[in-house]
Design a protein around this ligand. Structure first.
Ligand SMILES: CSCCC(=O)C(=O)COP(=O)(O)O
Ligand code: MG
Length: 229
């Protein structure tokens, strides 16, 4: 029996194009000015210190770190420091009404149904927990954060590592076999399955023939009660 569902965001609850064509450029255009305005004030100071540790360059200047962050954005590196900064910059965009968090139309009614059935809902994304709360707090359908019991980001580990899902199961307090993970990326689902999670792959666009996971095109085609434990 499924007791908890953990969902990815990009390509699962929300269109990849919203993340790559709206969120990422918004942060890229503002990143250098954002850092240079306050490199020694919190929270930027601690994030830059974490980045220095991440790249093993303890003496890197804010300018050098900014260049590193641009390289990370070019390769879509899921750096915890980059994700923290992006989340801080996106906050202004959501609050100013520059954009709202995209949700596929099948997502909200299905999450509400699962919640009403007693299933606890969680989010796991490479985007920072703050960024996740903003996307769902300022979503196309309004603030839907009340649906979620918790959020996980790269602080539990990378999404393609088995240990990350073991950490999530421990923090949720459910056995892995009672947790369903939803994602569009089969490598993430492979790691979750190795940790003992149930898995369903969202195929929002092109198919994925390299995947061995159960595939659906929409949330309302997922039936947790039919997924055997
Ligand atoms: C909180 S929405 C932005 C998601 C994001 O920054 C990202 O890099 C998505 O990565 P994921 O591994 O969750 O596909
Ligand atoms: Mg995804």
């Amino acid at each position: 029996m499924i007791r908890a569902i953990v969902t990815d965001i990009e390509g699962t609850t929300s269109d990849i194009r919203f993340v790559h064509d709206v969120l990422f450029p918004y942060a890229r255009e503002r990143l250098a000015a954002f850092i240079s305005a306050q490199p020694f004030a919190e929270p930027v100071k601690s994030i830059l210190d974490n980045l220095r540790a991440e790249i093993a360059q303890p003496d890197a200047t804010p300018e050098e770190l900014t260049q590193t962050l641009f390289a990370f954005m070019d390769e879509d590196r899921k750096s915890t420091a980059l994700k923290a900064l992006q989340g801080l910059i996106w906050r202004d965009g959501y609050i100013n009404g520059d954009f709202t968090g995209h949700l596929y139309p099948d997502v909200l009614p299905t999450l509400e149904k699962w919640k009403s059935e007693g299933i606890d809902l969680y989010v796991y994304s490479s985007g920072s927990v703050a960024a996740q709360k903003l996307l769902f707090g300022y979503s196309d359908e309004g603030d839907i954060t009340h649906l979620f019991s918790g959020y996980f980001d790269t602080h539990v580990g990378a999404k393609r590592e088995v240990q990350s899902y073991q950490n999530i199961a421990e923090q949720i307090g459910q056995s892995a076999g009672q947790i369903l993970f939803l994602s569009d990326i089969h490598q993430e689902l492979d790691a979750a399955a190795q940790a003992g999670f149930r898995t369903v792959q969202l195929i929002r666009g092109d198919g994925d023939t390299a995947s061995h996971h159960h595939q659906v095109s929409r949330f309302d085609k997922i039936h947790p009660e039919q997924i055997p434990s």
